[in-house]
Write a protein that binds this ligand. Structure first.
Ligand SMILES: N[C@@H](CCC(=O)N[C@@H](CS)C(=O)NCC(=O)O)C(=O)O
Length: 400
């Protein structure tokens, strides 16, 4: 639709990328069949059809990723646009460097455990700063940079150095991660889940939302909300943005959350936006219902959203246990932020947001996801959450 600012965004992105496309004006005399079929969830423009597959909502990011080689790039990403040949060449040079370093170690250490001799020296510290990357490279390329046959001395040195340092393993070795959160926040929980599944170490700072810290106010001056992730001094806000950021920066660490395929990534982002805009938004409103009847009435759009999400789960998981397939992925983390509240709602009102008859797949997913060690490590205590929810509801009733 020519006047829509959302459509204009997509046209601008296609234009800047120098991509040619067929433009179809819609909504002029009602919504076309093609629109209704391509965007059955929201029935809105813009919709981008790429080789017959529709992309809705988060289109500009999809364009940038699917046409990553097409200049100019709209989103900055480290290492983007490199060909497989370039990567292979880079790796070859790195391996040559590793071999040279092995020879250097032999010469400098003179049979002792470290470059510095019996104790850690300057060169140990310099190379030690790269130890997390040695492991990252192993995960990324499938073989260790210092392996036992090619570089046996450095291979053993890595293990020895590791014992000297308790801090090295967690990527980002050298990166400092702080999370400003609030224990009951489903949004903060998403970030904690992502950090947990990625195996990243971080400092957790609990915020008193009734008396926000200066750090929160200066780190998130726009929304003044948690979660905020501070990575080496730089703040990132909004749970969806933060989880995507973590997945991009620590690509080789722990689980990769977003799918590798740009189209599947676009789908994952679409459903994440749906969870927030349709499911969570209406569920939060239902808390205002004074009686159970009022609550159930307000929950109608939530249950409709759950039904839609059940179908999305079937599509994304393809019969596997998680949205991400065999492993937990981005959408598992997005919806995972809500599982504690799902349990609390059941404990408070006997009300199942995902129930075995209406949404059996999601009901089973909640149980499966809640049982994972990485989830248990960060999930708040349900009894405490129930007390908190009761207290909030009592407060709201008193002020109305
Ligand atoms: N869209 C945000 C929502 C964050 C949010 O609503 N956080 C709440 C805690 S659950 C908050 O900080 N509220 C404080 C306030 O509104 O002043 C995200 O995804 O991170």
């Amino acid at each position: 639709m020519w006047a829509s600012p959302y459509v204009m965004r997509v046209k601008l992105a296609l234009g800047f990328k120098g991509l040619s496309y067929e433009y179809v004006e819609d909504l002029f005399s009602g919504k076309s069949e093609l629109l209704l079929k391509s965007n059955p969830v929201h029935k809105k423009v813009p919709v981008l059809l790429h080789n017959g597959k529709p992309v809705c909502e988060i289109i500009v990011q999809y364009i940038d990723e699917a046409f990553a080689g097409t200049a100019p790039s709209l989103v900055f990403a480290v290492g983007k646009g490199k060909t497989e040949e370039e990567k292979a060449e880079g790796l070859k040079q790195t391996l040559v460097a590793a071999e040279n370093m092995e020879a250097a170690f032999k010469e400098i250490s003179k049979g002792k455990p470290f470059f510095g001799g019996d104790t850690v020296g300057y060169l140990d510290v310099t190379l030690g700063a790269l130890v997390a990357w040695v492991y990252a490279a192993e995960k990324l390329h499938g073989f260790p940079l210092f392996d036992a046959t090619r570089s046996p001395l450095l291979n053993a040195w890595v293990e020895r150095f590791k014992e000297q340092n308790t801090n090295w393993t967690m990527a980002g070795g050298g990166d400092e991660l702080k999370l400003l959160g609030m224990w009951a926040s489903p949004f903060a929980l998403r970030v904690r889940l992502a950090l947990s599944f990625k195996g990243l170490r971080y400092e957790y700072i609990e915020e008193d939302l009734g008396n926000k810290s200066d750090l929160l106010l200066t780190s998130n001056p726009v929304h003044k909300k948690v979660p905020v992730l501070i990575h080496s001094g730089k703040p990132a806000c909004e749970s969806q943005v933060i989880v995507q950021y973590l997945d991009e920066v620590f690509r080789a660490t722990g689980l990769s959350l977003l799918p590798a395929d740009p189209y599947e990534r676009a789908m994952a982002r679409f459903w994440a936006a749906f969870i927030d805009d349709k499911l969570l938004a209406s569920w939060a409103l239902a808390a205002r219902g004074k009686t159970m009847e009022e609550k159930m009435e307000l929950l109608k759009p939530t249950f409709a959203a759950v039904e839609t999400l059940e179908a999305a789960f079937r599509e994304c998981s393809k019969g596997k246990p998680f949205f991400g397939g065999d492993n937990v992925g981005y959408l598992d983390v997005m919806l995972g932020g809500l599982v504690a509240w799902v349990h609390a709602s059941e404990a408070r009102h006997g009300l199942k947001i995902f129930d075995p008859s209406g949404s059996p797949l999601l009901d089973a997913w909640v149980e499966r996801f809640s049982e994972l060690d990485e989830t248990k490590a960060v999930l708040p205590d349900i009894k405490r959450l129930v007390e908190y929810a009761n207290m909030r509801e009592a407060q709201a009733a008193a002020t109305n």
